[in-house]
Design a protein around this ligand. Structure first.
Ligand code: XIL
Length: 333
């Protein structure tokens, strides 16, 4: 009988192993969560729209369930996320129900403050780190910051403001800037410049979250390692926050696969092995590696970016059994 090692024990001396959870995985994957993971992130439950869909009405019920599960199983919780352009209700940015008039800078700042303070105080004793601002940087050449409504109304200062408010709400919390395409050289430069500026202005930012939504060919290992080293040179902590490795390339639009091919699984295993070698080589700055899900039964990549297409991006298969990638990762030791 083959003994399956626990990921959290294998990497105990390097970093925490996390999973993003939702109602489905929390209810059906209790055992595998307790076995392999020592950190949880809410896939959606702690986003602005989930907590404060209506102004002044706060609903912490889903988030509380995650926190309770984490406490019962000796896990930490990463808070995700306070200020983002997605999954934020429209009322936040307008003065009226018809959304004809944009909120003033002052009003938006007031709403940002209320939200951050209320959420961070509610989870003061249970959440040690927060993705305070998510995906504020532009992917396309030219602009550094994304032209979100946060940016349009408050100006580039909205990022500093969010971190200052968060720090005042809970000075013990570790505060992260989180983004995707985090290993693409041009975007690395912009993320680096943004966080460097914050540090120079004395803004309380303690870490960078690397989402790491990757696939079989992108990004390159060189780009990943250079990104990690560049961010680490700022003296901040690094978290891998949303890892998954799609079995499809960007160009691959196939929709007819019922299960992953041997070839895809083998390539995926090689990629995962190389990624974890890099993570382990930088475990002095990387505190946690979180997957954006638990096992292949459910992933947000089912149907994204190609509709009606299943994906298999994790180390555990649809029945939570180890895949080739699992064994390679475990053997990077
Ligand atoms: C995704 C969730 O997984 C989906 O269920 C939801 O419909 C959309 O958001 N970057 C992030 C995450 O920071 O919050 C996103 O999560 C995935 C991309």
């Amino acid at each position: 009988h083959l003994i399956i090692p626990r990921l959290k024990e294998v990497f105990h001396d390097s970093f925490r192993i996390g999973a993003a959870v939702n109602d489905f995985t929390l209810e059906t994957r209790e055992e595998v969560l307790a076995k392999h993971f020592n950190s949880l992130t809410a896939e959606n439950s702690m986003k602005f729209v989930s907590i404060q869909e209506e102004e002044g009405v706060f609903d912490f019920s889903e988030g509380n369930r995650i926190v309770a599960f984490a406490k019962a199983n000796d896990m930490v919780v990463r808070g995700h996320t306070l200020v983002w352009h997605n999954q934020t209700p429209e009322w936040v940015f307008y003065t009226d129900k018809d959304k004809t008039t944009l909120a003033s800078k002052e009003l938006l700042l007031e709403r940002m403050t209320t939200h951050i303070q209320t959420v961070m105080k509610h989870y003061e004793d249970s959440i040690l780190c927060w993705d305070v601002v998510n995906e504020a940087i532009e992917d396309k050449e030219g602009m550094r910051l994304r032209e979100s409504l946060w940016y349009k109304i408050m100006g580039e200062d909205f990022i500093d403001q969010a971190f200052r408010i968060a720090h005042a709400a809970n000075p013990k919390a570790q505060l992260f800037y989180n983004d995707y395409n985090e290993s693409t050289p041009e975007k690395v430069e912009k993320i680096y410049t943004t966080v460097k500026g914050m540090l120079e202005r004395g803004v309380p930012v303690h870490g960078i979250g690397l989402q790491c939504h990757w696939n079989l060919n992108n990004p390159s290992l060189t780009d990943i390692e250079q990104a990690i080293e560049k961010y680490a040179s700022l003296g901040v902590r690094l978290h891998i926050t949303e890892m998954d490795v799609s079995v499809f390339d960007f160009e691959d639009r196939r929709t007819d696969l019922l299960r992953p091919t041997e070839e895809q699984l083998e390539l995926q295993a090689k990629r995962y092995e190389a990624f974890f070698k890099i993570f382990r080589a930088h475990s002095d700055v990387i505190d946690s590696v979180t997957f954006w899900g638990v096992d292949d039964a459910y992933t947000w990549l089912d149907g994204f970016p190609v509709p009606d297409r299943k994906n298999w991006p994790f180390l555990l298969d649809e029945k939570s059994e180890p895949k080739p990638a699992f064994w390679r990762v475990v053997n990077t030791l």
